[in-house]
Design a protein around this ligand. Structure first.
Ligand SMILES: [Cu+2]
Length: 184
């Protein structure tokens, strides 16, 4: 068979390719590098989970929305110091468990905290998923009904902060703004 016959690709003749030739050295090297990289990434999944330090810092527990609402109300009764726009302002003592409730479409109550003081901030929802986002800081957390997350927090800046909902939760989502006041 002449060279010109082979190049015709008539369909009767097998097209000549490279796949039955030995793998060149460089390609072998790249396959090896890619395979090792796959193994590293695979190992990183459990390692990142165990040692990555990105998991919530505190308590995780199950709670019914009704129980959580009740707990928040008790917290408000215990430490209420005033009112802001119809919302209770709550000033808990240092080290206290703070309870913040997310619901359509508000963050309840207003929190008044002291700078450089440790607290345990509990977050849960009375209805559907919400997103805790502290503005203007870059601090985000999923707020899920049925789960109580207790995060260890220590405010390191004084000022007036807003809590924004960053999980779309219906028609009033954009109005779901809460408040945290940090005093010196
Ligand atoms: Cu929301």
């Amino acid at each position: 068979m002449s060279e010109s016959d082979k190049s015709m690709h008539s369909g009767l003749l097998a097209v000549e390719g490279v796949w039955w030739k030995a793998i060149p050295k460089q390609e072998k090297l790249w396959i090896t590098i890619a395979f090792i990289w796959c193994l590293i990434l695979f190992a990183m999944m459990p390692l990142w989970h165990m040692r990555g330090g990105q998991n919530p810092s505190g308590i995780r527990a199950k709670v019914t929305p009704a129980e959580y609402v009740e707990r928040v109300e008790r917290f408000v009764e215990d430490y209420k110091v005033g009112e802001d726009n119809g919302f209770p302002v709550v000033e808990p003592p240092a080290g206290a468990h703070i309870y913040l409730l997310a619901r359509m479409w508000q963050w309840y109550p207003v929190l008044k905290l002291k700078k450089n003081t440790k607290y345990i901030l509990h977050l849960s929802s009375a209805d559907i998923n919400h997103g805790f986002s502290l503005f203007p800081l870059n601090l985000n957390f999923q707020v899920v009904p049925g789960y109580d997350y207790g995060l260890k927090v220590e405010p390191n800046q004084s000022g007036d902060f807003r809590i924004i909902c960053n999980e779309f939760c219906g028609i009033g989502h954009h109005t779901m703004v809460g408040k945290v006041i940090v005093i010196d």
